[in-house]
Design a protein around this ligand. Structure first.
Ligand code: NAG
Ligand code: NAG
Ligand code: NAG
Ligand code: NAG
Ligand code: CU
Length: 254
């Protein structure tokens, strides 16, 4: 989210720097538009989005402004239940509809140029109504992943947070959304069995990974009813077991 330098800056100028992040502001599924997350605004009643505490839906620092200890080595985040759909997440009150094989186009609204990382999408079968599901019981399977798409350093991909020197990174999935007007389209597997699912569309930002081992998860969850004639029910993994802090990706130097 921030280097220490920009935290100080952020405190001086109030909330402006927080607005510099993106969120899934809306999405489209089977041609229908749904509202999502806007900073500082509660989710609209009609949104299938999961509510959460905090401004950006970013998991990493429970209270970045008042509780900053300087301890940036926080691997606990990865295996804490707050990683599931973000801090204190509660299920969305409605569900969107999409047919198996159909597209969901997520719109990230905005994303800053110097934040880089992969984008992943997971689904979990609610085995009943998602509106009342216990998130700690959800078992997630991955339907999409995009990481480093071009290793060549690109001057248009600034990376200015590394020990206060200016450098550039290669091209990452997050740069894809910047280059595609903040849109990212995910296809629902065509063989997937009909049912009620939570879809989690997320990025894990790595721009501070090498610097101070701080990685930042931005999960955005929405309820979906999947229609169709598919029969496949993939086995999933509990949200708290999806990630391991020893994964070399989390120490990657952009
Ligand atoms: C501040 O951090 C400590 C240590 O992680 C934690 O116990 C406490 O709940 C946090 N307080 C707030 C307001 O986030
Ligand atoms: C990879 O990035 C470099 C630097 O921006 C660019 O010149 C090159 O065309 C890119 N390669 C592909 C396959 O897009
Ligand atoms: C980094 O780039 C900014 C903007 O171009 C410039 O103001 C700053 O002096 C540069 N810092 C370093 C360490 O080169
Ligand atoms: C996302 O794509 C749609 C359809 O191509 C387009 O109308 C919309 O403007 C795009 N989003 C942004 C933020 O440009
Ligand atoms: Cu940031």
């Amino acid at each position: 989210m921030f280097s220490k330098l920009s935290i100080t800056f952020g405190a001086l100028i109030g909330t402006t720097s927080v607005l510099a992040h993106g969120s899934i502001t809306n999405f489209e599924a089977d041609g229908v538009h749904y509202e999502g997350f806007y900073y500082w605004h509660p989710l609209p009643n009609t949104s299938p989005g999961w509510a959460k505490t905090g401004d950006t839906g970013y998991v990493g620092f429970p209270d970045i402004y008042t509780n900053w200890t300087g301890d940036t080595n926080m691997p606990w985040v990865l295996n804490d239940e707050n990683i599931i759909c973000a801090n204190d997440a509660t299920p969305g009150p409605t569900s969107a509809t999409v047919h198996a094989g159909g597209d969901v186009r997520f719109n990230w609204g905005y994303w800053p140029q110097d934040h880089h990382g992969p984008i992943m999408t997971y689904m979990a079968d609610c085995r009943g109504p998602c509106e009342t599901v216990d998130k700690t019981k959800l078992e997630w399977f991955k339907i999409q992943e995009m990481g480093l798409t071009n290793r060549t350093k690109n001057p248009d991909k600034p990376y200015s947070l590394d020990a206060h020197t200016n450098s550039t990174s290669g091209t990452w999935a997050v740069d894809w959304i910047i280059d595609h007007r903040y849109n990212f389209t995910v296809q629902i597997p065509s063989a997937l069995a009909l049912g009620s699912y939570v879809i989690c569309h997320e990025t894990i930002l790595l721009h501070l990974a090498k610097l101070n081992k701080q990685i930042q998860s931005y999960p955005f969850c929405f309820n979906f009813k999947v229609t169709g004639t598919g029969t496949v029910s993939p086995q999933g993994v509990l949200g708290t077991q999806l990630y391991n802090i020893n994964n070399p990706a989390f120490y990657y130097n952009l």
